[in-house]
Design a protein around this ligand. Structure first.
Ligand SMILES: [Mg+2]
Length: 234
């Protein structure tokens, strides 16, 4: 193989916990709407609203908050109390302030890889929020480059790996989302390592490309350096 030079990491639920805060907010949201619809119906309506709204608001907490408001007005109609609107807005703000909890194995993996590879973050979401989390994580100095993008497509991966690395064939994307981190990076010609997280957003599900020659799977980031060292033996 051509030697790997550049390794990119997804941020949310790859470097730190994220989806659990969405999950908790969604539970509280369902409780708020309990007088109007059962939790399953609330969950389905919210996911449908998020799917519809990505093209308007992009990814992240602000779009999620607007989708909660839209879902609430749809399910409760004019009966929706102002107190519920206030609570939904404060759920959103609380998510934008949640503490950053780094996932197991992350710091050790970055330390082991930093001397031999260009390391970067490729993340999508709200610009302010992603910048805040990176700063609070204390991980910023481990990375040579940070790219906060509006979506993760093969074209975006090609552009980023051409700009900061030596092209896609010498680059690797590591992340928890098959749909955003793995499939488009493979399509662009990169290596891709899936590090599953036990909570993954419904809109990020996709089939695992098990037989793809440049695809690997790791239990957590701690096992990634050994996995990368083993690639040279292929
Ligand atoms: Mg992620």
């Amino acid at each position: 193989m051509r030697p790997l030079t550049t390794i990119a990491f997804d941020a949310d639920d790859t470097l730190w916990h994220n989806e659990r805060f969405f999950h908790d907010s969604q539970q509280r949201f369902a409780e708020l709407l309990d007088p109007f619809a059962d939790a399953e119906k609330v969950g389905q309506a919210l996911t449908a609203a998020e799917r519809r709204n990505i093209g308007f608001y992009g990814f992240g907490v602000k779009g999620f908050t607007l989708s909660m408001l839209e879902t609430a007005t749809t399910l409760a109609g004019d009966e929706l109390p102002a107190s519920a609107v206030r609570e939904i807005l404060s759920l959103g703000k609380a998510m934008l302030e949640h503490p950053v909890e780094i996932l197991p194995g992350v710091v050790d993996a970055l330390e082991l890889l930093k001397d031999d590879y260009t390391l970067m973050v490729i993340t999508k979401g709200d610009l302010f929020d992603q910048e805040r989390k990176l700063l609070q994580s204390g991980l910023q100095d481990h990375f040579d480059h940070v790219e906060i993008v509006s979506d993760k497509t093969p074209e975006i991966y090609r552009r980023v790996f051409d700009r900061h690395g030596q092209g896609t064939a010498r680059s690797m994307m590591i992340g928890n989302s098959l749909k955003s981190d793995i499939l488009p990076a493979l399509e662009a010609g990169s290596w891709a390592v899936h590090v599953p997280h036990d909570l993954t957003w419904a809109l990020e599900h996709a089939d695992e490309p098990e037989d793809h020659p440049r695809y690997r799977r790791a239990g957590n980031l701690g096992s990634v350096p050994a996995l990368i060292a083993g690639l040279g033996d292929d």
